[in-house]
Design a protein around this ligand. Structure first.
Ligand code: CAA
Length: 260
């Protein structure tokens, strides 16, 4: 399928999705969100893809937030639907069976930071800037930011970020646990591709079940969550990949996983 507001490329078993409205710093309107939903569904169905990278077009922004011009004309009910659309799409990103890396190449503000937080792993360019500036517009975060931010960093810090609308540089985002790595801008995509390739070389079912255990477990109490882990640990023993992985170790060779 062709996309107007994003670029979808596939390099071997890595999918690269580039949010592509650089003239407005990749701001998210409803059309773009629907395309993002469609590409996520396309990637999800593609048995070849083992890992996904999401980034922004141009050298200035990952995503500078929801599209403010678009939002200026919304009624309260339309605004609620817009928030629900963004939330649905970001939940699909979060719950994809394949790992998703956000390559944050510039501003990740408002809906941009919310998109990055819906990804599994965040890597920032040293030029990236993070924040939730909604209160400066008289709004609140609406694409999951109040919830994902307070789960990722401590709730006090999340409140400070949400209440002040301050911008944070990449090093600070790293210090507070919002991003895993900070790398020079020109190395960002190759760094993320390297990580995606390492993930893609591991047992695909095992990676998928690891993601499921973390995501589902975070919404449970610890006893239930570790019980889920034991169930998934048992499940992975039904797979050909488990036989191959353990066999390869014992035979001192590289495993050739087949995602079964
Ligand atoms: N929506 C719509 N257009 C945007 C935009 C956004 N979120 N962010 C930037 N743009 C547009 C600007 O209007 C400008 O367009 P024109 O050239 O036509 O004037 C273009 O992108 C370039 O932006 P600037 O000239 O402002 O670039 P700058 O380098 O001076 O500043 C910036 C960069 C600090 C990111 C500034 O653009 C900015 O503050 N943007 C808005 C950030 C923001 O408030 N985001 C939160 C949106 S609300 C939200 O996301 C709600 C939610 O949770 C669902």
């Amino acid at each position: 399928m062709g996309y107007e507001n994003l670029i979808y490329e596939k390099e071997e078993n890595i999918a690269l999705i580039t949010i592509n409205r650089p003239k407005v710093l990749n701001a998210l309107n409803a059309d773009l969100l629907r395309e993002l939903e469609a590409v996520v569904e396309e990637v999800e169905k593609d048995g070849e893809v083992r890992a996904v990278i999401i980034t922004g077009a141009g050298d200035k922004a990952f995503v500078a937030g929801a599209d403010i011009a678009y939002m200026s004309g919304l009624s309260p009910l339309e605004a609620k639907s817009f928030a629900q659309l963004g939330q649905r799409v970001f939940s699909k990103v979060e719950n994809m069976s394949k790992p998703v890396i956000a390559a944050v190449n510039g501003y990740a503000l408002g809906g941009g930071n919310e998109l990055a937080m819906a990804c599994d792993i965040r890597v920032a360019s040293d030029k990236a800037k993070f924040g939730q500036p909604e209160v400066q517009l008289g709004l609140i975060a609406g694409f999951g930011g109040t919830q994902r931010l307070s789960r990722l960093v401590n709730p006090g810090l999340a409140k400070e970020i949400l209440f002040t609308a301050d911008q944070y540089d990449a090093e600070t985002a790293h210090k507070i646990g919002l991003v895993n790595h900070v790398v020079p801008g020109e190395e960002l995509i190759s760094f993320c591709k390297g990580m995606a390739k390492r993930i893609a070389s591991r047992g695909p079912v095992a990676v998928r079940l690891s993601k499921e255990a973390v995501n589902q477990g975070l919404n449970m109490d610890l006893d239930k969550a570790i019980a889920l882990e034991a169930d998934l640990f048992g499940l992975v023993f039904t797979t050909e990949d488990r036989k191959e992985g353990i066999g390869a170790f014992l035979e001192k060779r590289k495993p050739a996983f087949n995602n079964k």
